[in-house]
Write a protein that binds this ligand. Structure first.
Ligand SMILES: Cc1cc2nc3c(=O)[nH]c(=O)nc-3n(C[C@H](O)[C@H](O)[C@H](O)COP(=O)(O)O)c2cc1C
Length: 361
């Protein structure tokens, strides 16, 4: 029997994928010194995975500006001018020759940028985060819009807005956001700015262009321990709001995406399955497939992370709990991840160690 994970995925007539496996975004930090452009190595890296049948590749986090939205900790590519767009257009052409599809992840680092800004004044990652001004909010929205238009011009198949991990859009949603100017304190206030960004991007790219929104339960707290959605009702309000603003697919990232969330509920679901049930739109579930330890554990450990059976994640699709599954670390050492797993050979996947990150960053 063909597993549903390896069958076609269709988002109306907006997007068709050859299968439901998504390469999740991973910062590669390898843009050119001059201009922050993609390199030939960058093209080869993604094209190799595309040739190996990945349904949808989501790029590394791509900065939407060169002012206050990036961190020099990761020398990622940027997408805010024509030259950068041309680079991406060449890459997308190569990806399309393979039958795979490509989305760009648009990233404004906000509190994690070199010039940290966020909804509230706070300390984050060892620096003082200053309160973002109304002018800076308008500019960041404009930057997302500009990058989104360029991504469309580059023939990308979709855009993902990076709204997890404590970065700009996520920081507004955080329960710590107690702004008193209508952009904080209540649910309506905390979500107001992200909705304005989504609506502006949607208007710029048109109704037919797929928009993905990446979220994470963890985020703004210094130790990443914040829980933003404390019950299904809070999650429901959130997912319906972003859907209403124009989001087509929600990308839920968790340390281990099969973990049961809201466990006081009678119904037992992981966060991604809740997001799908409560929103009624497709969901990508990412986290912990291939290596069962968390991302942070694998960065800290001196030992290689052993491979684990992807079955519990694939079962989420089989049981219609989610529509797509994302794999990040699994693709670093295994460009042929899809083929191996499709053929039942997951035990042949290579383990992962933090030294393998050197192949990436
Ligand atoms: C080296 C590395 C870089 C990452 N960079 C990004 C990024 O740019 N944007 C993003 O949203 N997530 C990023 N992530 C998180 C992954 O997309 C994914 O959510 C996480 O690794 C869990 O999936 P996994 O267990 O399959 O690795 C990164 C992860 C790794 C390992």
């Amino acid at each position: 029997m063909t597993k549903k994970a390896f069958t076609k995925f269709e988002l109306g007539n907006k997007l068709t994928l050859q299968n439901r496996i998504v390469m999740a975004p991973m910062s590669r930090g390898s843009s050119t010194q001059e201009g922050n452009l993609i390199t030939q190595e960058y093209i080869d890296y993604y094209t190799l995975r595309a040739k190996n049948e990945v349904g949808l590749i989501i790029s590394e986090g791509v900065y939407v500006n060169s002012t206050n939205g990036f961190t020099s900790r990761y020398n990622n590519t940027r997408l805010h001018n024509q030259e950068q767009m041309e680079g991406y257009r060449g890459l997308v052409e190569k990806i399309h020759e393979t039958g795979s599809k490509f989305a760009v992840q648009l990233w404004h680092c906000g509190p994690a940028s070199d010039d940290p800004i966020g909804p509230i004044k706070t300390q984050k990652w060892g620096k003082t985060v200053n309160v973002i001004t109304k002018e800076q909010m308008a500019q960041a929205k404009e930057d997302f819009v500009n990058s989104a238009k360029l991504a469309k011009e580059a023939n990308c198949d979709a855009i993902e807005l990076h709204a997890g991990g404590g970065f700009l859009l996520d920081a507004f949603i955080s329960l710590t956001n107690d702004r008193k100017d209508g952009y904080g304190s209540t649910f309506e206030g905390r979500i107001k700015y992200p909705l304005e960004v989504i609506r502006a991007v949607r208007e710029a790219v048109g109704e037919d262009f797929p928009l993905i929104y990446r979220v994470s339960q963890f985020g703004f707290g210094e130790d990443f321990s914040e829980i933003k959605w404390r019950n299904p009702q809070e999650l429901k309000e959130f997912v319906l709001a972003i859907k209403g603003a124009g989001i087509d697919i929600i990308h839920v990232c968790d340390y281990k995406c099969t973990k049961i969330t809201f466990d006081d509920q009678e119904e037992k679901n992981c966060l991604s399955a809740w997001a799908q049930k409560l929103s009624g739109i497709p969901v990508i579930a990412t986290g912990g497939m291939t290596y069962s330890n968390t991302l942070i554990e694998s960065f800290m450990s001196e030992n290689k992370s052993p491979v684990s059976d992807p079955e519990p994640h694939l079962a989420l699709i089989e049981n219609n709990k989610v529509d797509l599954v994302g794999v990040a670390r699994g693709f670093i050492n295994n460009p042929d991840w899809v083929i191996k797993v499709k053929n039942g050979n997951w035990k042949e996947l290579k383990p992962f160690g933090k030294e393998d990150l050197m192949k990436l960053i």
